[in-house]
Design a protein around this ligand. Structure first.
Ligand code: NAD
Ligand code: TYD
Length: 354
């Protein structure tokens, strides 16, 4: 095998798209998916590649230094694409420690093991790369104007974004202090198939289908920049192969939506695909108490990535939303397994028994 790439968090939403892309596109790469299978990790997201000869799965917690070391040794890992994280802002408000543990200590554990294995006095190997996948939320919140660039100040507000900001700093510190070859990308909000239905888009599609209330935080005026998940995965592939060591790349959809407008689009699309009168389920919208510390607006300038590596988003937003709604409506088995947590029992038995 030409490369042996450890992808962490590959059983999650974005990770599963990255694993699928790499396994299918690069048959000469061995892809090792390392994931602890928390509530958000579901190996069924990868059923279509799990039998591929260049795919392996390891159920490991990134905070478990011995287990991480073992995986690095066993597969002679030459690079890492690190996506494993606690990722939901509302959960971080309820349990910040879980976020510090996985996002900060887990990242530090991976960095430490990569350093031990790669910077042990042997000659520098050009294949070595620690690619850290991060979020635009580290930059904080914008007012009505402005845009985040790679040199925007870090100003996280939620325990989630604070933990991601901290992990970004550790990744840069390992580059600056020890010379670990790293690259970081900070991406805007993703949407698409396999996203856990606690996040706005899949939660609301499911609620519309079930005719449950749609809890819009505050006045619904908050703005997010949405990117189709496969566009993010393509950007990660490009940055992994051609990004400059030590650099940060912003990734965004150039596609800002106020939450309330997005919710109305979701209602219309879901109603239409269910054969209901378009917009009839707008009556399910409820304006509820705002999220604490709710960032008003994110917008990201990805011109560095576009100019240096020729990336641009390919999936038009309305097309992407249509695809996504169709996917959730056609995959109710996946949805009910995920919401009941039943898959976790099944796969825990399967992988813990080894
Ligand atoms: P997700 O919550 O869907 O998946 C996270 C995955 O990490 C799961 O498979 C989970 O089992 C695994 N995991 C969690 N804790 C672990 C641990 N201690 N050890 C090993 N595995 C563990 O998340 P996502 O939305 O796919 O996000 C992936 C990455 O991308 C995260 O680092 C997130 O910060 C970043 N990101 C997400 C978005 C977004 O819109 N979702 C945007 C920008 C960046
Ligand atoms: P979310 O999908 O949780 O992503 P993030 O907080 O990382 O941006 O939320 C997207 C936006 O939708 C955010 O402004 C919060 C809002 N939101 C609601 O209004 N209601 C909800 O039930 C959820 C989950 C989110």
């Amino acid at each position: 095998m030409e490369r042996k790439i450890l992808i962490t968090g590959g059983a999650g939403f974005i990770g599963s798209h990255v694993v699928r892309l790499m396994v299918n596109k690069y048959p000469n790469y061995l892809i090792i998916n390392l994931d602890a299978l928390t509530y958000a990790g579901n190996p069924a997201n990868l059923r279509d590649v799990e039998e591929a000869p260049n795919y392996r799965f390891e159920k490991v917690d990134i905070c478990d230094v011995e287990a991480v070391r073992k995986v690095f040794e066993q597969y002679e890992i030459d690079s890492v694409i690190h996506l494993a994280a606690e990722s939901h802002v509302d959960r971080s408000i309820d349990d910040p420690f879980a976020f510090a543990r996985t996002n900060v200590l887990g990242t530090l554990t991976l960095l430490q093991v990569a350093k031990e294995r790669w910077l042990n006095g042997a000659e520098r190997d050009a294949k070595h790369l620690f690619y850290h996948v991060s979020t635009d939320e580290v930059y904080g919140s914008l007012g009505a104007e402005g845009i985040f660039t790679e040199s925007s100040r870090y100003e996280p507000h939620s325990p989630y974004s604070a933990s991601k900001a901290s992990s970004d700093h550790f990744v840069r510190a390992f580059h600056d202090t020890f010379g670990l070859p790293i690259v970081i990308s900070n991406c805007s909000n993703n949407y698409g198939p396999y996203q856990f239905p606690e996040k706005l888009i899949p939660l609301f599609i499911n609620n519309i289908r079930e005719r449950r209330e749609l809890p819009v935080y505050g006045s619904g005026a908050n703005v997010r920049d949405w990117l189709y998940v496969e566009d993010h995965a393509r950007a990660i592939d490009l940055i992994f192969h051609r990004g400059r060591i030590g650099e940060t790349y912003n990734i965004g959809g150039n596609n800002e939506w106020r939450n309330i407008d997005l919710v109305r689009l979701l209602v219309r699309t879901t109603d239409r695909l269910l054969g209901r009168a378009e917009g009839e389920d707008e009556s399910l919208i409820r304006f509820v108490r705002d999220r604490a510390g709710h960032d008003l607006r994110y917008a990201i300038d990805s011109s560095k990535l576009q100019n240096e590596l020729g990336w641009s988003p390919e999936v038009d937003f309305k097309e992407g939303i249509e695809r996504t709604v169709r996917w959730y409506l056609h995959n109710d088995e996946w949805l009910s397994a995920v919401t009941s947590g039943e898959y976790r029992n099944y796969y825990s038995r399967m992988y813990d028994g080894r």
